[in-house]
Design a protein around this ligand. Structure first.
Ligand SMILES: [Fe+2]
Length: 269
């Protein structure tokens, strides 16, 4: 896959250093000097970026940046260019911007899932940048499973597919029982949702045909070949959370791998 270079002009400035709170601060501040710099993006560089971003919608894309400037700067600039409104930046149910640690305690991250299943409207796009990995180790690939491939494979199981498209699942009833509840199908046309462990906890409550459909879905996605994308110094990955399942690599927690993740679009409530 061709990676799209982020505008060189964004890296003529002092690197933004800090953490997820720093990035949230920038995205909430239209007068931030780096947001001002985004508003001065040179035309040709902006054109290439616009085309690259369009190519990520419905699929995924990779973006390159000068590694020495750091991913915090790179993701902040790209997110500012995409332009979530300052009021939409939130810290609810995982939040808009987070530093995520790979490995121990994140078993769901390493299994096929979509992001933000408990959100009323899951985020549209997920942007990932490399923050840290133990010295001397190469970054392993993040894997994507395009839902177009899942749909095609599920065509062999039309009864299960019909159930998965239409039968609502209560996405907050186990982990967020105190919040306002809602239900939505796994393969909903506009906003698909999948976290295997959450669905497994609901198994007792499902009708037999739903239980069967979920079993077929699990077996189907386990058999498909993933697409690989590497988040590493100098390279960001952005994928459409509405058209892909994804999973993180298996990685030793001792390597202390940290990524910065920005969820673009969507709303927790
Ligand atoms: Fe995820």
């Amino acid at each position: 896959m061709t990676a799209i270079p982020l505008p060189a002009a964004w890296f003529d400035l002092e690197p933004l250093t800090g953490d997820d709170a720093t990035v949230r601060g920038l995205l909430r501040d239209p007068a931030h000097p780096l947001v001002e710099a985004v508003r001065r993006t040179p035309t040709q560089q902006g054109r290439e970026l616009a085309a690259g971003l369009r190519s990520a919608i419905g699929a995924h894309a990779e973006f390159t940046y000068p590694a020495e400037h750091g991913a915090v700067h790179a993701v902040a600039m790209l997110a500012a260019w995409i332009g979530p409104s300052p009021e939409s930046i939130h810290e609810d149910l995982g939040g808009t911007v987070t530093i995520v640690r790979s490995g121990l305690g994140h078993r769901d991250d390493q299994q096929w899932h979509t992001d933000s299943t408990p959100w009323w409207r899951p985020n549209a796009m997920t942007l990932l940048g490399h923050v840290h990995l133990g010295l001397g180790f190469d970054a392993p690939a993040t894997e994507l499973l395009p839902l177009v491939a899942v749909d095609e494979a599920m065509a062999a199981h039309p009864a299960a597919l019909q159930v998965l498209r239409s039968r609502p699942v209560p996405w907050r009833s186990k982990n967020f029982a105190d919040r306002k509840q809602f239900s939505a199908p796994i393969l909903s046309l506009d906003l698909p949702r999948w976290v295997g462990s959450v669905v497994a906890e609901l198994d007792d409550e499902f009708a037999p045909e739903m239980r069967d459909a979920v079993a077929v879905f699990r077996a189907t996605i386990a058999d498909l070949s993933p697409v690989q994308a590497v988040v590493e110094p100098g390279r960001l990955v952005m994928f459409d959370n509405r058209t892909n399942l994804h999973r993180g690599p298996h990685i030793e927690p001792t390597l202390d791998r940290r990524l910065i993740r920005i969820k673009l679009g969507g709303a927790p409530d």
